[in-house]
Design a protein. Structure first.
Length: 273
């Protein structure tokens, strides 16, 4: 599988499809690029699609030293510059969305459009921070397996977790999370949960990229209210709320997310001509 050296780390990625425009997928904490399998399969019929694993996730390099939120932004910027000839349609879920909004601010020439999924542009809620710091402390000591009972309901809503027809999918994601390196997850969590707010900076943009915001109706980690704040801050952005979905809507309700993205991207392409 291909990999690329960027910003002092090595990122694994996949590339599929073809077309004059490129879509880049950026996943969330504890996940990997496979969370977008449904969206990739659909969009690859019309676009060149790249999906990468963040450092410490999937098949990318582990995180051996501390780093910050903007190191992840630099990772993505370097990957786009090396693999793409022009601006891309950037689709980020949770951490991927944290990266996407900051890329739009720091390197707007790289972004043709933004799809922000189950994410936020503000700093982490202080009450949530207390819980997350406790979980990260435990992860550093004992890994993720004993904590799955607390972590899975944050990542995914009950309709997905308790659906008998989707038991295999839930088991697959549980296994992937358990296999993550505990040191990498601790350092990654510290980086993203201590992020700054960029809401004011986004509001100050006079010509933000075309932006679609998608959020699961039952998202606990980045609730619908956070998406509404982003929509208010990003001029011209649109918001789609997915019924029955939690924080991982591309996995939980893949068709709904794919449909929203497909329509949005077609509209952006048509407007550019």
């Amino acid at each position: 599988m291909p990999s690329i050296d960027v910003n002092g780390t090595t990122l694994h990625y996949i590339e599929t499809g073809s077309g004059p425009e490129t879509v880049v997928f950026s996943h969330g904490f504890l996940m990997d690029h496979r969370m977008f399998d449904h969206q990739i399969a659909e969009l690859a019929t019309r676009y060149r699609v790249i999906a990468f694993d963040h450092r410490g996730h999937g098949q990318s390099a582990q995180c051996r030293t501390p780093f910050g939120m903007y190191d992840l932004v630099d990772d993505a910027a370097a990957l786009i510059r090396q693999l793409c000839d022009g601006p891309v349609h950037f689709a980020g879920m949770s951490t991927g969305g944290f990266v996407g909004v900051r890329l739009a601010l720091r390197a707007p020439e790289l972004i043709r459009s933004l799809t922000l999924i189950d994410t936020a542009a503000g700093a982490e809620d202080q009450n949530a921070m207390k819980q997350y710091n406790q979980l990260l402390f435990a992860v550093r000591l004992i890994g993720t397996r004993p904590l799955l009972g607390k972590v899975m309901p944050i990542l995914m809503a009950q309709p997905f977790l308790t659906d008998p027809a989707r038991t295999g999918e839930v088991a697959t994601w549980r296994k992937r999370i358990v296999n993550l390196d505990k040191g990498s997850i601790y350092r990654f969590g510290k980086a993203i949960f201590n992020r700054d707010s960029v809401l004011d900076a986004l509001e100050a943009l006079t010509t933000p990229p075309p932006t679609l915001i998608i959020v699961g109706e039952d998202d606990i980690a980045t609730p619908v209210a956070q998406s509404r704040k982003m929509q208010a801050a990003i001029a011209g952005s649109s918001l789609v709320t997915i019924p029955g979905a939690g924080h991982s809507s591309p996995v939980e309700t893949p068709a709904a997310v794919t449909d929203a993205m497909t329509g949005f991207l077609a509209g952006v392409s048509a407007s550019v001509g």
